[in-house]
Design a binder for this molecule. Structure first.
Ligand code: TRP
Ligand code: SF4
Length: 356
């Protein structure tokens, strides 16, 4: 599919790899849009950088606080898809946000220095409130969502934040918060360096109805869908609307099926589709069958790995616990610098025999 990411660190002979951090809300089983838009890229990044990837369960609560019954299962499902895709706990620190409570501590300190207007102006704030009218998002936590994200990023003193276009405003806010913190509490070197968004070069990935693939549209193909389900879902996918009869030639450039071919099919298959479609030499059902072949082949090794982890969920939770312990150590390091910079007393350790 895409060529590997060149390591900026190794290019310049710098022995210290940059630190990468990103998070994903636990929305349950991931779909091809999640895979191509984030995971696929993360798997490559873990070979080049010091990576921290976390499941943002607190972020999920900012919109889904009324029914939290699925949180644990959703965390496990996301972790299974991560491990299936090839994220490797020996290469990257994989953790759960709520298991690193330091994120909340830094978020609270940030809440002291962040003007309300900065949060009210974040574009996703008003947009989401309008899109999710059925939920009351007039909460303190929802307004603070991007500030919690700033804490997620800055607590690892991350250099790079791989995100999609929709998250760039949040990284921008993070940079402003870092700047304000460093202005009030200047240290040399600066305690909170400004991170950069690493824009995922994600191709447009339509769902079966032709709109952007998204859980809320119900148009997804899941990474874990069995082969017959994948084939069935793709069979119902919308095509070039002008191609009504089998004898009508079609135009792949306006067909969402072809958008997926560009990602999942070989150049030869794409050429065969273009030829057959524009001359009415093939039917859409045949074309979608070839697409399904490509998707099934891409997912086969991922699903096999997922199944092996699925058979031992305790092991998956153990991976997340171990990653979270590592993340806490790293987060603590930053918090000590933050407390020093703010002239707050250090927590330190309890004297022996303090517990009663
Ligand atoms: N807000 C992100 C999303 O909805 C998830 C997220 C939370 C995140 N904290 C983060 C992403 C920190 C990058 C860095 O996709
Ligand atoms: Fe789309 Fe393929 Fe049908 Fe052409 S043959 S309209 S590319 S589904």
């Amino acid at each position: 599919m895409t060529e590997p990411i060149q390591s900026k660190a190794s290019q310049h002979g710098n022995p210290l790899p940059k630190r990468v951090l990103s998070g994903m809300r636990p929305t349950g089983k991931l779909h091809l849009g999640n895979y191509m838009g984030a995971l696929y890229n993360w798997v490559r990044l873990q070979h080049e950088y010091e990576c921290y990837f976390f499941i943002a369960d607190w972020h999920a609560l900012t919109t889904d606080y009324a029914d939290t019954s699925n949180v644990k299962q959703n965390i496990l499902d996301v972790a299974l898809d991560w491990l299936g895709a090839g994220l490797d706990s020996d290469r990257a620190t994989l953790f759960v946000q709520s298991w690193v409570p330091q994120h909340a501590e830094l978020h609270l300190l940030f809440s002291m220095i962040t003007p309300l207007g900065w949060l009210e102006r974040v574009p996703s704030y008003k947009e989401q409130q309008e899109n999710l009218r059925e939920k009351d998002l007039g909460t303190y936590g929802f307004l603070g969502y991007p500030l919690l994200q700033s804490a997620d990023i800055l607590i690892y003193q991350a250099d790079l934040v791989p995100v999609g276009q929709d998250q760039v405003a949040h990284v921008e806010l993070t940079r402003e918060v870092a700047r304000r913190f460093n202005f009030f509490y200047p240290e040399k070197p600066l305690v909170l360096p400004e991170p950069q968004a690493l824009l995922t070069p994600s191709p447009k990935l339509p769902g079966t109805d032709g709109r952007k693939m998204s859980k809320s549209y119900g148009n997804t193909v899941l990474m874990s869908d069995p082969e017959p389900v994948i084939r069935q879902k793709l069979k119902t996918m919308v095509t070039d609307p002008a191609r009504i009869r089998r004898s009508d030639p079609g135009n792949p450039d306006v067909c969402p099926v072809f958008d997926l071919h560009k990602i999942f099919s070989s150049a030869e298959t794409q050429q065969k589709v273009r030829e057959g479609c524009t001359t009415a030499g093939i039917g859409c059902i045949e074309c979608k069958g070839w697409l399904a072949d490509g998707v099934v082949a891409e997912l086969a090794p991922i699903q096999e790995r997922r199944r092996s982890f699925e058979s031992d969920p305790d092991h998956v939770w153990e991976i997340l616990r171990e990653g979270s312990a590592r993340a806490r150590l790293r987060a603590d390091q930053t918090m000590q610098q933050v407390r020093d910079a703010m002239h707050l007393p250090q927590i330190g350790t309890a004297p022996a025999g303090a517990a009663r």
